[in-house]
Design a protein around this ligand. Structure first.
Ligand code: URP
Ligand code: ZN
Ligand code: ZN
Length: 468
């Protein structure tokens, strides 16, 4: 029944190789009433239980994408996915929970924005979901709304240091938001780029006739991002608030984060699959194809990729996300023909994150399988107050499981993907492995590249503040 998640059911997954951030062993997993109830060898199938044979396969905790945009009014248009299309794509790719950014306009009331974003997701998403609350203004009314939104179960804020007149905050607002976050024990996620430098550089480039997508990079070079990170570190130090840098793209920015951490700032860092596998030259592709690869911060020089992989492996970088923000090529990206500043920013990858990360990370020996689980699931659960309900495999946790087939071979293509989009930035990329079965709270939601779940079964995950 659509929307009804209260029915009893049981599921037995046999002989899979269970992989968590710290353990690796073969066992059976028995799930009842949406949670994992027992992990043992040779569990006899109880009458009526659905049995899935998983020998030769890995069993991972459901993957968590801590940074997605689904309902997103942005740069004069709207992102293309709905929660129905996005959650389907996410589940096929092994992501069972996502955290969406609520991005209110500067004149919108935060509580109304919260209700709107919740309304767009509830009853539509097949993934479990929660939100980061975007702070785009800090007057008394807004501050009181933020307190209420935290009480309603959203324990993280989002600030933009970029997007000057649209979503960005002033320094006064940044300080006030961080002080409130500190008081309430919520973590603040931040898009770190210096907004004034970007608008100055954009104006100079356009005045010089540099209008193509390849110029996006030069309007936001690494130093502009590093300056944003440095700025956030200063404000976090002064306020004592805990902060999380979203979509960190490069060496210079990471150094500023590590410098902040070394003087005591409580900071966590996220990078994206796009920065690990695509680079600056993609946005230089001819015939405006580079527009498909325009996002902020921009794709960087290839040499940064090794540093980001090492950061994930060594723990300087906590999470791997997508910043899924789908704008189509046929009409939306084309809004920026003749003016790169009007290309809607975003490179969607919600469906492909895990398969790409497994193939180019685990299979290529860049990241070990426990760090893979940790950075794609467990750490997001810990940082954002979802652990141990999500992010691990243990009795009592939600039965969100990815039975993963490392023998699968395939290729990514827009012709076969499930995101509501007319291109795929990873077109033609080979993948070595994909989810065989994906469960959300004990119910099979995807099988071998097909969605077999229920739209609207996803739950809003209420989270308590955990950053005091
Ligand atoms: O280019 C990006 N990252 N697009 C989505 C909006 C944002 O900045 O997160
Ligand atoms: Zn951003
Ligand atoms: Zn984003």
């Amino acid at each position: 029944m659509i929307g009804d998640s209260s029915f009893a059911m049981s599921l037995l997954i046999r002989n899979g190789e269970i992989i968590t951030e710290s353990q690796r062993y073969v066992a059976d997993i028995y799930c009842e009433n949406e949670t994992i109830s027992r992990i043992d060898r040779n569990i006899a199938p109880p009458p009526g239980a659905e049995v899935i044979e998983a020998s030769g396969k890995y069993v991972f905790p459901g993957f968590i994408d801590p940074h997605v945009h689904i309902y997103l009014p942005f740069m004069g248009t709207f992102a293309k996915d709905t929660h129905e299309t996005a959650s389907r794509a996410a589940l096929i790719g092994g992501t069972t929970t996502y955290i969406e950014m609520i991005c209110p306009g500067k004149t919108d009331k935060p509580l109304e924005a919260f209700d709107l974003w919740l309304d767009k997701a509830r009853g539509k998403s097949a993934c479990d979901f929660t939100f980061h609350m975007g702070v785009t203004r800090c007057d008394a009314g807004a501050m009181s709304d933020f307190r209420e939104i935290v009480k309603r179960g959203v324990s993280s804020f989002k600030v933009f240091l970029a997007y000057k007149d649209a979503l960005g905050v002033t320094d006064e607002e940044l300080f006030q938001a961080l002080r409130l976050a500190k008081e309430l024990g919520v973590i603040t996620t931040a898009h770190c780029e210096n907004a004034d430098l970007i608008s100055q550089l954009q104006a100079l480039l356009l005045a010089g006739g540099k209008t193509g997508p390849e110029n996006h990079y030069w309007s936001r070079p690494p130093i502009v991002e590093a300056e944003g990170v440095h700025h956030l570190m200063t404000f976090a130090q002064m306020s004592g608030a805990h902060v999380y840098i979203v979509h960190l793209s490069c060496d210079k920015a990471l150094r500023e984060a590590v410098r902040g951490a070394s003087r005591g700032v409580n900071v966590w860092v996220e990078t994206l699959i796009q920065y690990l596998l695509c680079d600056k030259t993609d946005a230089e592709r001819p015939d405006f194809e580079g527009a498909k690869y325009v996002m902020s911060p921009p794709l960087r020089e290839k040499r940064n990729q090794e540093l980001l992989w090492n950061g994930l492996q060594k723990g300087f970088i906590s999470t791997l996300a997508t910043d899924h923000a789908p704008f189509d090529f046929a009409t939306q990206k084309r809004m920026g023909r003749g003016d790169f500043t009007k290309i809607p920013n975003g490179i969607p990858s919600l469906e492909d994150r895990i398969n790409l990360y497994f193939t180019h990370g685990v299979k290529r020996g860049r990241i070990d399988i426990h760090q893979f689980v940790s950075t794609a699931s467990t750490k997001a659960a810990r940082i954002f107050g979802l652990f141990p309900r999500k992010g691990t495999i243990q009795p009592g946790s939600d039965a969100d499981l990815v039975i993963y087939d490392p023998a699968y071979r395939g290729k990514i293509s827009a012709a076969t993907h499930h995101m509501n989009l007319d291109y795929n930035a990873f077109e033609g990329f080979e993948i070595e492995g994909r989810p065989h079965v994906v469960t959300v709270r004990g119910k099979v939601a995807a099988r071998d590249g097909q969605f077999v779940g229920e739209a609207g079964r996803g739950q809003f995950l209420r989270r308590e503040p955990n950053h005091f």
